[in-house]
Write a protein that binds this ligand. Sequence first.
Ligand SMILES: NC(=O)c1ccc[n+]([C@@H]2O[C@H](COP(=O)([O-])OP(=O)(O)OC[C@H]3O[C@@H](n4cnc5c(N)ncnc54)[C@H](OP(=O)(O)O)[C@@H]3O)[C@@H](O)[C@H]2O)c1
Length: 208
Amino acid sequence: MKIVMIGRGIIGSAVADLLSSEHEVIRASRSGGDIPLDALSVESIAAFYRKLGKFDAMIIAIGGGRIYVPFWELDPQDYLDAYLGRVMSQINLVRLGLPHISDGGAFILSSGLMSKAPLPGFTAISSSNGAIEKFVLGAAQDMPRGVRINCVSATNVKETFETYLPDVDLSNTTVQPVATVAAAYKIALFSSVSGQDFDTRDYGNDRG
Ligand SMILES: NC(=O)c1ccc[n+]([C@@H]2O[C@H](COP(=O)([O-])OP(=O)(O)OC[C@H]3O[C@@H](n4cnc5c(N)ncnc54)[C@H](OP(=O)(O)O)[C@@H]3O)[C@@H](O)[C@H]2O)c1
């Protein structure tokens, strides 16, 4: 299969590495990869698809948004930035990618634990994650040619907190190693369902 991995961060790299022994994996993000892409720009997305050609599946693991700020201190632009970076970017990738994906192909988007079990200070993220899950549910009803669409909700990824947020106390929330999260993306990719949110807590609750 020709699989496109959008996002080359902690989750995107782990998913791409997991799939690349059995499939052709094309990697993309703003700073490089096989084909550069800024998912915030419809012009960049259109140029990306012109270069990419036909593909069988796309996994998107990009994000953004201010965190550890109470909701009343977030200004309207903070909410918009989270929505644009997490929701509109993924919607536009699916909208513009539809003519290029094979019959029976699959889109896997990223939501996250913060729409289900949020930590304080994550409202911009939790509200955008909810929108992603409902976009997936709605779009699945329209999807032509047997194309499936699902999303994955990762928990707090151990490697992310070790690398970027080592002082955060995670004793009261779920933490998983990125390998468990990547395995859940693979399960979502090859599942026959559509319109679903795959919660990685269903695929192991270990701290690695
Ligand atoms: N890690 C966690 O603990 C965790 C938990 C739950 C949910 N999630 C969600 O899972 C997704 C991926 O997480 P992650 O931890 O892998 O993130 P990450 O390590 O921060 O990586 C994000 C990747 O997305 C790319 N990117 C960002 N904006 C982009 C854009 N406009 N166009 C193209 N590429 C873009 C970045 O590369 P460039 O800067 O080169 O573009 C980077 O490769 C996010 O939505 C995140 O919220 C993560």
